[in-house]
Design a protein around this ligand. Structure first.
Ligand SMILES: *Cc1c(COP(=O)(O)O)cnc(C)c1O
Length: 363
């Protein structure tokens, strides 16, 4: 590596393994290369001997893993002469699309559900300058409309049905294998449209089979465990859900777009799908923040909720190496976070005595 090396983003790092040419000019904001953090306190709390890691995707440029797919999708859209991109979104895809469109100097149109979008995601999308179209319906309605309108307007869809999204997102699996020197035994993910579980499985499979000239670091692949919210759990029910509901708005999806791919990942890896009530998901979000100092959004906590549940039941054995993807940053959804906190700020007079008392009363 040259001494003046700077990390420029995942296209430059993995160019030979992505559908981009040597000459493609990457539309990048330095995405990828996110921390893989070993949990230090939670294993002791649950009294299990495990190597439990979180892949903190909330540290991508717009605060979610969507940036991995978006850098490739927008790079290709620009290369192919597109002047505008379009997506339906529960929030994070729209924030990411808006940012990469701004970077590329093209237009972004985003369809979001009226109301049910976390405040941080809306703020980002507005400030990045996307045209926001609120649908009086849910994500699934928006997705259907995006597919219908795409044939009739000169815009590129950048939802995860765009195969370049999956290509970009598979690089998270590459990073994990390179950092651990092997694949984990279990990989836990929240599942909404199921593009991400599809992408990770593709990444692990490519690494294991040495396709595209990868070194043979590993010949193992993880068991893929997908977790949903109880009110939006089509993979657990085995059928589409018409009125999905959950506080974890990023996975409030009843008609997943990558249905077949996700079932293939589950079957080929020997994995499973499970779901949890909102209260359980929020409890684990808070537990992770309080005990490890890691703030993720509610949907992201479904992956850790799943790992902890399956460790308790023995489905994931002790001694396992587990990676949970934390898909988005907790700052995305401040309202939900604040609502969960019983410890409110202490208000005192601006005097030394009052501050000293406030501290000593609570030591
Ligand atoms: C998009 C998203 C998900 C769901 O990912 P899918 O690929 O739709 O399954 C989960 N968590 C967060 C924070 C997201 O933004």
């Amino acid at each position: 590596m040259p001494s003046n090396h700077r990390y420029t983003g995942l296209i430059d790092r993995y160019r030979s393994r992505l559908p981009v040419s040597e000459s493609s000019r990457a539309v990048s904001l330095g995405e990828g290369n996110t921390p893989l953090i070993r949990l230090q306190n939670i294993p002791a709390i649950i009294q299990k001997e495990v190597d439990l890691y979180v892949k903190y995707e909330g540290l991508n440029p717009t605060g979610s893993f969507k940036d991995r797919g978006m850098t490739v999708a927008v790079t290709k859209a620009v290369e192919e002469g597109s002047r505008a991109i379009l997506c339906a979104s529960t929030g994070n895809t729209s924030a990411s699309a808006a940012a990469y469109a701004a970077r590329a100097g093209i237009k972004a149109f985003v369809l979001i559900p009226d109301g049910k979008i976390a405040l941080g995601k809306l703020a980002q999308t507005m400030l990045y300058g996307a045209v926001i179209i609120q649908i009086k319906g849910n994500f699934d309605d928006g997705m259907r409309l995006v597919k219908e309108v795409a044939g009739q307007a000169p815009v590129t869809i950048v939802n995860s049905i765009n195969p370049y999204r999956i290509e970009g997102q598979k690089t998270a699996a590459f990073e994990i294998v390179e950092e651990l020197g092997r694949a984990p035994d279990f990989h836990c993910l929240p599942v909404g449209n199921a593009g991400n579980i599809t992408a990770y499985w593709k990444g692990y499979c490519e690494y294991a089979s040495q396709s595209r000239g990868l070194p043979a670091i590993t010949d193992t692949r993880p068991v893929m465990a997908g977790y949903q919210a109880a009110g939006a759990a089509p993979f657990v029910k085995g059928e589409m859900v018409d009125h999905p509901e959950t506080v974890a708005t990023a996975i409030r999806i009843g008609h997943p777009q990558s249905w077949d791919h996700a079932w293939r990942a589950q079957k080929e890896s020997g994995g499973w799908f499970e779901c949890f009530e909102d209260a359980e998901i929020l409890k684990v979000q808070k537990m992770l923040a309080e005990n490890e100092g890691i703030f993720c959004e509610p949907a992201s906590a479904a992956s850790l909720a799943g790992a902890l549940h399956d460790l308790a039941s023995g489905k994931i054995p002790e001694g396992s190496l587990i990676v949970c993807t934390l898909t988005g940053n907790g700052l995305k959804d401040p309202d939900t976070a604040i609502q969960q906190c019983s410890l409110k700020p202490v208000t005192v007079e601006p005097k030394l005595d009052a501050v000293k008392r406030a501290i000593s009363d609570r030591l």
